[in-house]
Design a protein around this ligand. Structure first.
Ligand code: FUB
Length: 541
């Protein structure tokens, strides 16, 4: 090397840039092929970061059906590997015969063994802490029994101090208790003691140490949605001094998380309900960087969603992410240079503001598919592993409709449709674009779901929606506005004339003096059956 000093300087100058780039490229939520919650993140000696979350079953059937633990890992915070399901309630012989109830786990490493702790109810429906061990971080776990000597508890968190002493934290009646764990990792030493100074605690304690200080993060009792609080302790068993919130609430009540340092950057892991459109028990684990102040206090987390550029994956589940591309046109050989192989793309993530056009043949020929902001599983639409060339452009006119309940959700409608004779539909209808269509099953019109959208005066707009009625349904599926727009604006699908197929409707209007419009999904009063809405798009024309 001619000038090693110059080289070193260049690296030093580039380092912060590279770090920022990797943070900007994070893809929240981390996992989108299944729902995950309550993740503990750990960094082990192999240099990888491992995620130990719980699994929310979909379609959502509540917290009691949570089951089937997976482990995920990464070495770059971009490419995540799903190590698959390794433990299910049916494997736990001391567990309730009803199954499910596999809640927030934790995993620690001690003297050559990985200890996986999981809360589960026993045959008497009392919480216990199960333990499984392995010599490997993400497979080969064997059940060892339960932790003895504690109260009925859940949400275990295990912290090992620098002197090797192990501490167990757990939740009893929405309060945090802790004790030393004996060397065998299966027995509590003494009594579980209430942790003073974390009184706003609700669940999910997570303890870590940084620069000699002990920290505990925990979701609080704030209604209707919890915020993430933290306390700093003098010792692993407190007393703790509350330091306030580090994360504002998410789209659902819970936000159980963890914190870990990885490659010189601290990160917080937490869950949100964004992907499911706010379903309490269809959660998804996300992460964001954490910054500390000089005095050790933690700065408020800036939550992020999505990726910065369109991202292409060669496996569904976003396990093996293998490329992001900026605006441009890419032939087969261009893609190859970017290490994206033709006929090897099985899912795409398109961030806000981009359009991705995919072609079956080289040089933008053959069948094509256009995707806008979404995570697209190509397998579901029958074009996985056939894409050979790609064009990426910027979206020139944005969909003004932002509420995900209009666009992509909802499978269980309790949250939004809680009036009259509404029942929950448990089936998922994914025949519209996006993950789920909005569904209503019932008699008469449901409670209004309204989204207010701001308009520019004297501007032409185009509005479109896809509607569907299940065969046998009576009445009309309606998409209209309330209040201020001309009363004649009403899109209706007569169930009688619909055979269960999606029908796309499109209208144009001029906003005149209007500054906003209330969009509404509803039905006629004589409705009886199943109605579906999807892909509501309102844009300037
Ligand atoms: O995931 C089930 C329960 O919800 C967890 O144990 C709590 O922390 C909350 O996230």
């Amino acid at each position: 090397m001619k000038n090693p000093l110059k080289f070193l300087l260049a690296i030093l100058v580039l380092l912060p840039v590279l770090q920022v780039q990797s943070q900007n490229r994070r893809s929240n939520p981390i996992v989108s092929h299944m729902f995950t919650a309550d993740a503990t993140a750990r960094v082990w000696d192999d240099g990888r970061l491992y995620l130990y979350p719980s699994t929310d079953v979909a379609p959502s059937r509540g917290y009691q059906t949570m089951d089937g633990y997976h482990i995920f890992s990464t070495d770059d915070m971009i490419t995540w590997k799903d190590h698959g399901e390794f433990l299910h309630s049916r494997d736990v012989d001391w567990g309730t015969d009803k199954g499910g109830l596999m809640w927030a786990p934790d995993c620690v490493y001690k003297d050559g063994t990985y200890y996986y702790f999981f809360p589960h109810k026993n045959k008497k429906m009392v919480w216990e802490l199960g333990v499984a061990t392995s010599k490997k971080p993400a497979s080969g776990f064997k059940l060892q029994g339960i932790v003895k000597g504690g109260k009925t508890f859940c949400d275990p968190n295990v912290f090992i101090d620098d002197d090797g002493q192990v501490y167990l934290y757990a939740v009893v009646d929405a309060k945090c208790y802790a004790a030393k764990l004996k060397d065998n990792m299966m027995e509590i030493e003494g009594e579980m003691v209430h942790q003073k100074g974390v009184d706003e605690h609700r669940e999910g304690p997570f303890v870590f140490k940084r620069k000699g200080k002990y920290y505990m993060i925990y979701p609080d009792h704030k209604k209707p949605y919890n915020e993430m609080q933290y306390s700093i302790g003098e010792s692993p068993l407190g007393p703790w001094e509350p330091k306030g919130a580090i994360m504002t609430h998410n789209s659902i009540i819970t936000m159980h998380g963890s914190m870990v340092e990885f490659k010189g950057q601290w990160y917080i892991f937490y869950h949100t309900g964004e992907l499911s459109g706010g379903i309490e028990t269809n959660r998804s684990v996300c992460f964001d960087p954490i910054n500390f102040n000089e005095d050790g206090t933690i700065q408020m987390v800036k939550k992020s969603q999505g990726v910065a550029l369109p991202t292409f994956h060669n496996d569904i589940n976003f396990n093996k992410m293998f490329g992001t591309l900026p605006v441009g046109a890419y032939t087969k050989s261009d893609l190859k240079k970017k290490r994206i192989s033709a006929n090897a793309i099985s899912s795409i993530q398109v961030p806000k503001g981009y359009l991705v056009e995919c072609f079956e043949k080289d040089n933008f020929k053959g069948k094509s598919w256009t995707f806008k902001e979404d995570r697209i599983n190509l397998n579901e639409i029958g074009c996985d592993n056939v894409i050979t060339s790609i064009k990426i452009s910027k979206v020139t006119s944005n969909n003004l409709v932002k509420n995900p309940s209009f666009e992509i959700t909802t499978q269980k409608l309790v949250k939004y449709w809680n009036s009259k004779s509404v029942q929950c539909t448990s089936g998922v209808d994914d025949t519209g674009a996006g993950y789920y269509s909005l569904q209503y099953e019932g008699k008469g019109a449901p409670k209004d779901i309204i989204q207010k959208v701001t308009l520019k005066p004297n501007t032409n707009y185009e509005i479109s929606v896809m509607l569907k009625a299940k065969p046998g349904t009576k009445g009309k599926v309606v998409f209209d506005t309330t209040g201020n727009l001309d009363a004649s604006f009403k899109i209706e699908l007569d169930a009688k004339t619909n055979s269960g197929e999606w029908v796309k409707f499109k209208e144009t209007f001029n906003s005149g003096a209007l500054k906003s419009v209330n969009l509404r999904c509803t039905t006629t009063e004589d409705f009886y059956g199943h109605a579906y809405w999807d892909n509501v798009v309102l844009k300037e024309k």
